[in-house]
Design a protein around this ligand. Structure first.
Ligand SMILES: [Cu+2]
Length: 151
């Protein structure tokens, strides 16, 4: 095989790999509302899959009073503890640095009309991982869902 043909073939393989992995990646779109609920409360994913969570807040209320995020928490963590500590971490966009090891992924805060997103690798360990909004009062009001990691 001529070296030029070889190089062309290698590039073609790389290109195919890039395109197929980009196509395989899923985006889950979630809307956060004034009733302090996510419109999507179950996400199914495969172990080690790369997914994007895209959160849009629908609200007319000023951001300081009504904003949402999506925080995916390790299944072995105490969700109430992470939620309570994070709700007090106002200077860190309501993500408690103390619990960063328990947090698998977190978006920024989205105020009314804003969209935020996070791309991350789903844990390899199967199980149920809760995701919550850590804006004060929202998780206790039921702003949560479950990322179900299944083979
Ligand atoms: Cu919220």
């Amino acid at each position: 095989m001529k070296s030029l043909t070889k190089i062309t073939l290698i590039f073609a393989l790389i290109f195919t790999g890039v395109v197929s992995s980009a196509m395989a990646q899923r985006t889950i779109e979630i809307v956060g509302m004034d009733n302090m609920k996510f419109d999507v409360t179950t996400i199914e994913a495969s172990p080690g899959e790369e997914i994007t969570i895209k959160l849009t807040t629908k609200s007319q209320i000023p951001k300081q009073a009504m904003a949402h995020n999506v925080v995916v928490i390790d299944k072995d963590a105490n969700v109430d503890e992470v939620a309570n500590a994070s709700a007090r971490a106002r200077d860190n966009d309501y993500i408690s640095p103390e619990y960063k090891d328990e947090i698998i992924a977190a978006t920024g805060l989205a105020g009314g009309g804003e969209t935020v997103e996070i791309t991350f690798t789903v844990p390899k360990e199967t199980g149920d991982y809760e995701y919550i909004c850590t804006f004060p009062g929202h998780y206790p009001a039921g702003m949560k869902g479950v990322l179900q990691v299944r083979e």
